[in-house]
Design a protein around this ligand. Structure first.
Ligand code: GAL
Length: 478
């Protein structure tokens, strides 16, 4: 009997070992990526540019951010040295330079706009020394130019510069932001107009005349509100409370105002916001603050790249604002910075003094072909797909665009000029496919029928950027 039960125990142990082995083998087989028939080992891409597995699954759905936001933000150049004159002149410069027409529409005031403490009723107050006319007047000014105004607050007790934060004041503050309004109701064709602000007087007059002309009192109600259009919501002095608890109340408060406000989460990537922020905001910072250096810019790019599969229309990864034009990088480095931001579908928020831009800075920021990559309606974040050479510093970044096209960047992160080659398998293209290649910085076609690979000489730290359009067949969607 003892022998039988001993044998039975041994059989059970063997069965258990066999079971664990089979499960392991099955799991290993499951996660192994099938090798593309054309791929030799060294051509295996780092990541599949057609991976959109998480794309759009977490949408806030407030109708905004169909493409990444574009505009300007005060922080990178001005820090706390802001005032209403700077903001107005910046809005003017966005118009006069033509940048606004290219899509740079948000004029975003960052930290330091408010008094160090709330008023006796607990409301935030604009600093009377720097913003004596108040934020509402500024909103009216910016709106009168056809632009949008952004404001800043913090999901903590204080902002990073120790102004009052909005934690536990979400509803009051959201109402305040939305109520910096020039608003009116009017009934077209009627004589009745209710105006809530003097700045609407020209509109009132127009409406009134329209009313006299209209014989029938057809009632159409228009509710026009012009408050703040964008909120950047920072992460300082957060009392150790989980961001997933601190960020939703402001979303709910904004929604409750009835005003559509772009909600930009600035959580610095601490709790991997790509995994959860899509339901809460229109963009989420994935990294710590950028600074105006090659080292910072490249470090941030690599961090942001990790989260590519999560970006999509409605919600974008945010690797921080642009430093182009602030003086800490070379022309080629700034061009690379701008190219890769555009390819990664990152917000294009200018961070320099647009009132005094150099011609080179303007040339970079106004490259319409690069902007079009960023604003492409397919909305798939491009990524690093291949790296080789010393420390992997010859890099190929790519992503799909609408119309079966691809954006491809050859980026030389080494300190010497080099020839960089993109081979079709790493781009997910069949070798037989022929593509036309348009150079987005030269603004010309550099090839009409490239097959199997494409190479270019790339200066140290430079990034050449192209659109590949298949001229035969289409690329494989694997
Ligand atoms: C940081 C934020 C910066 C800027 C700054 C203002 O936390 O990441 O972009 O807003 O605060 O104090």
């Amino acid at each position: 009997m003892a022998k039988i039960s001993g044998n039975f125990a041994m059989a059970c142990i063997h069965a258990a070992i066999l079971f664990v082995y089979v499960i392991n083998v099955a799991n290993a087989a499951r996660v192994m990526m099938p090798l593309h028939p054309y791929m030799r080992e060294q051509e295996k891409p780092i990541s599949n540019i057609f991976d959109t597995s998480k794309y759009g699954i977490l949408q806030l759905g407030n109708g905004l951010a169909k493409t990444p936001q574009m505009g300007w933000n005060s922080w990178n150049f001005f820090g706390c040295n802001i005032n209403e004159k700077v903001i107005k002149e910046t809005a003017d410069a966005l118009i006069s330079t033509g940048l606004a027409k290219l899509g740079y529409n948000y004029v975003n005031i960052d930290d330091c706009w408010s008094e160090p403490s709330r008023d006796s009723e607990g409301q935030l107050i604009p600093d009377p020394k720097t913003f004596p006319s108040g934020i509402k007047a500024l909103a009216d000014y910016v709106h009168s130019e056809g632009l949008k105004l952004g404001i800043y607050s913090d999901a903590g007790a204080f902002t990073c510069q120790k102004r009052p934060g909005s934690l536990q004041h979400e509803y009051d503050d959201a109402v305040l932001f939305a109520s910096w309004v020039c608003s009116f109701f009017f009934f077209y064709g009627s004589l009745f107009s209710l105006h809530l602000c003097w700045n609407c007087f020209p509109l009132f007059l127009y409406d009134f005349l329209g009313g006299i002309e209209g014989l029938v009192h057809i009632l159409i109600l228009f509710f026009v509100i012009q408050g703040v259009d964008y909120l950047k919501y920072d992460n300082c002095f957060n009392l150790g409370i989980d961001p997933e608890e601190r960020y939703p109340p402001m979303r709910d408060a904004i929604n409750a105002t009835g005003r559509t406000i772009f909600y930009s989460l600035c959580e610095w990537g601490v709790n991997d916001p790509a995994l959860w922020a899509g339901k809460i905001g229109n963009s989420w910072r994935t990294t710590n603050d950028i600074n105006d250096s090659w080292a910072s810019m490249t470090e941030i790019v690599d961090i942001n790249d990790k989260w590519a599969a999560y970006a999509g229309p409605g919600g974008w990864n945010d690797p921080d604002m642009l430093e182009v034009g602030n003086g800490g990088m070379t022309y080629q480095e700034y061009r690379a910075h701008f190219s890769i931001w555009a390819l990664m579908k990152s917000p294009l928020l200018i961070g320099c003094d647009v009132r005094n831009m150099s011609a080179e800075t303007f040339e970079i920021l106004s490259n319409e072909e690069v902007i079009a990559v960023n604003q492409d309606h397919l909305g798939v974040q491009g990524r690093k797909i291949f790296a080789y050479g010393p420390d992997g510093c010859y890099q190929i970044w790519a992503g799909p665009l609408s119309g079966q096209r691809l954006v491809v960047a050859l980026w030389n992160r080494c300190s010497k000029t080099a020839t960089i080659t993109a081979k079709w398998p790493s781009l997910g293209l069949e070798s037989s496919i022929s593509v036309s290649v348009r150079d987005l910085w030269k603004h010309e076609f550099v090839s009409q029928n490239s097959k199997s690979s494409f190479s270019a000489r790339v200066d140290a730290h430079a990034c050449e950027m192209y659109i590949f359009t298949p001229t035969m067949e289409t690329h494989s969607a694997t």
